[in-house]
Design a protein around this ligand. Sequence first.
Ligand code: UDP
Ligand code: MG
Length: 321
Amino acid sequence: MKQPAVKYSIIVPMFNEEEVIGFTYDRLKQVMDGTGEPYELIFVNDGSRDRTVDAVSMICEFDPNVRLIDFSRNFGHQIAISAGMDYARGAAIVVIDADLQDPPEVILRMIAKWKEGYEVVYGKRVKRKGETAFKKLSAKLFYRTLRTLTNVDIPVDTGDFRLIDRKVCDVLRGLKEKNRFIRGLVSWIGFRQTMVEYEREERYAGETKYPLKKMIAFALDGITSFSYKPLKIASYVGFALSLTSFLYLVIVVFQKLFTGSTVPGWASIVAVNLLFNGIILMLLGLIGEYIGRIYDESKNRPLYIVRGTQGYADREKKRAE
Ligand code: UDP
Ligand code: MG
């Protein structure tokens, strides 16, 4: 079967986005039609529990440039993006959120950079509108921490809104790790990278699909996939504690020998015990985070399960029959 030459693939991960998805489609279509080149919009439904699928399914019926990939359940944002990459056929691939926080018009600037010869063009958020102070602060802290802890050069204040060349997409698809932190992986693989700056808009409708719990899990994935420095905390803490206890021992021996005033200190023993137990449990938990990830990798389950797809491919098949 002859593959139609798609130039641009736009990947849109969706989780309960029924309020916004129609608008997103309209804006994307307008922008991409403007390029005058063949493109595809790949909507990945990440197990939405609302009517997101019905909305996209309807769009698929009349727009031959639209494709729907429907997951069997919620697998997570990063995995939805990975699935989109597996299905994308374009020479350049763009990942964009469904909620119009990343303005589709910025894609045109990304394409211009790509045509200059860059293989990765990421969007750098210079301003974030309508997000809580907590979200902004935690994002800022996270990106700074990530930078200090990891050896890869992950640019600060960037999300997954970016354009990647076909070559980069193929390399990414070859990285089979399960706990995927895509913006980190993209930096890790290298290539000629550049950025375009943009102002992050308010969410068009609906609410964030990243509650605190998901944000923490995401941050842990980011750090543990790229750094084992946190594991070293154990040795540093252990060293510092041994040193302190040694000094304390010297004091105790001194008191015993020269002053004779050794107080039976129940309170201090309990306090020290609690402190040490706390530290040990925390460090065990930290090691557990890494072991859990090793476990995830070793099970070798598929990254995602697709319930069905809809779009130009099956239409083509029908036409050929
Ligand atoms: N998303 C997803 N699966 C999830 C959570 C989020 O596909 O489990 C999608 C969501 O529909 C949106 C994008 O990921 O297109 C970013 O999510 P959101 O806008 O809620 O995050 P925020 O912008 O608040 O960080
Ligand atoms: Mg958003």
